[in-house]
Design a protein around this ligand. Structure first.
Ligand SMILES: NC(=O)c1ccc[n+]([C@@H]2O[C@H](COP(=O)([O-])OP(=O)(O)OC[C@H]3O[C@@H](n4cnc5c(N)ncnc54)[C@H](OP(=O)(O)O)[C@@H]3O)[C@@H](O)[C@H]2O)c1
Length: 321
């Protein structure tokens, strides 16, 4: 298996398949990340809000120490949490994350959500999550994105991250951002799977020279564990007859069909699995191709069905409406 890459504006190359770290328990994370690197993953997709970065960093550093990989062969992505959008908090957030990861720099730093939450000082609660300590309601902050982005740009100049990008942004926000960005976002990471295809968003963003990564490529699968009613109420992607028929045609698993469909759109993926065999299976999406007629058949499955939606989750925030 050879890793394939997407070119970024900086000249860096981002692996087309990475390993997703959301819901990896900190107690499992060092071994899981070590195994992911051992089986061939070269991109690790982390975030402060996954509440496991210290343990993720342990896994990365164990793999480097054991000679499985050199730091420069790895592509580490992490994300700025929403309580650090004010320009004076952006750098301290990444510095804290680097300390937790045990790294000098990351390869990609993404604004996690276009959603400024009231700041929580690191020494009060870290990572802070969605709410102010002791509260269970969302408190927004007056932190304009153009100031947040200027602070992100300074992190590139300071050598703390090689690239910067955004996550969960839409076309309107990106159009505005392109009017002031000195460094254009290198990457957009959004929820994408056969039930939520966001065709216009993906095409427009790619036309701007911005790379796209799909998260939650297996659709509802990841959200069953969060108790999502939407995820429980829909046919599992792996049971969908179109996905199953295409899997049978190529003697592959339905999960591989979901990943390969993204790669056929030139969209990177970051599947998460705690299981080494499934980790390997997910990487093997690089090994084959899907006929255009099968891509077209999957394109018919779009339902505009979003699972990572802060409106239907506890936060009740309509950021995608
Ligand atoms: N930017 C954002 O806001 C955002 C939001 C969500 C996710 N993400 C990123 O995207 C990554 C991936 O998304 P995700 O974690 O939501 O979900 P995912 O990768 O779509 O799905 C993970 C689920 O699928 C199972 N699975 C993995 N490989 C499988 C296979 N080959 N066959 C059958 N089941 C399989 C996993 O179980 P096992 O572990 O038991 O294999 C787990 O339950 C995250 O980890 C995170 O890094 C980013």
């Amino acid at each position: 298996m050879t890793i394939e890459y997407l070119p970024l504006q900086s000249g860096d190359k981002m692996p087309l398949i990475g390993f997703g770290c959301w819901k990896v328990d900190p107690k499992d994370a060092p071994e899981t990340i070590y195994n992911a690197i051992k089986v061939g993953y070269r991109l690790i997709d982390s975030a402060s809000n996954y509440k496991n970065e210290e343990a993720i960093g342990k896994g990365i550093n164990m793999a480097i120490k054991d000679g499985l990989v050199k730091r420069e062969e790895l592509f580490v992505t992490t994300k700025l949490w929403s309580t650090y959008h004010k320009k004076e908090h952006v750098r301290e957030a990444l510095e804290k994350q680097l300390e937790q990861l045990g790294l000098d720099y990351v390869d990609m730093f993404l604004v996690h959500f276009p959603l400024p939450l009231k700041h929580v000082p690191i020494d009060v609660k870290y990572p802070p999550g969605w709410y102010q300590p002791g509260e269970d309601v969302i408190t927004l902050d007056r932190a304009p994105m153009h100031e947040c982005w200027a602070a992100m740009e300074q992190l590139v100049e300071a050598g703390l991250t090689r690239n910067i990008g955004v996550s969960n942004f839409n076309v309107q926000l990106l159009m505005d951002m392109l009017t002031y960005a000195k460094i254009k976002p290198a990457l957009l990471q959004v929820e994408l799977h056969p039930y939520l295809q966001q065709e216009h968003l993906v095409r427009w963003v790619q036309q701007q020279g911005i790379a796209v990564t799909a998260y939650s490529s297996f659709g509802p699968t990841s959200f069953i564990a969060t108790g999502s009613k939407r995820a429980k109420g829909v046919e599992p992607l792996f049971e969908n007859p179109t996905i199953k028929d295409i899997a049978a045609k190529y003697n592959r698993n339905p999960s591989e069909v979901c990943l390969r469909w993204s790669l056929e759109r030139n969209v990177a993926v970051v599947p998460k699995s705690l299981n080494v065999d499934r980790m390997k299976m997910n990487l093997s999406a690089l090994d084959w191709k899907m006929d255009e007629e099968d891509v077209q058949a999957i394109n018919q499955l779009d339902m505009g069905l979003r699972f990572n939606d802060p409106m239907v989750n506890a936060q009740k925030l309509p950021i995608f409406y």
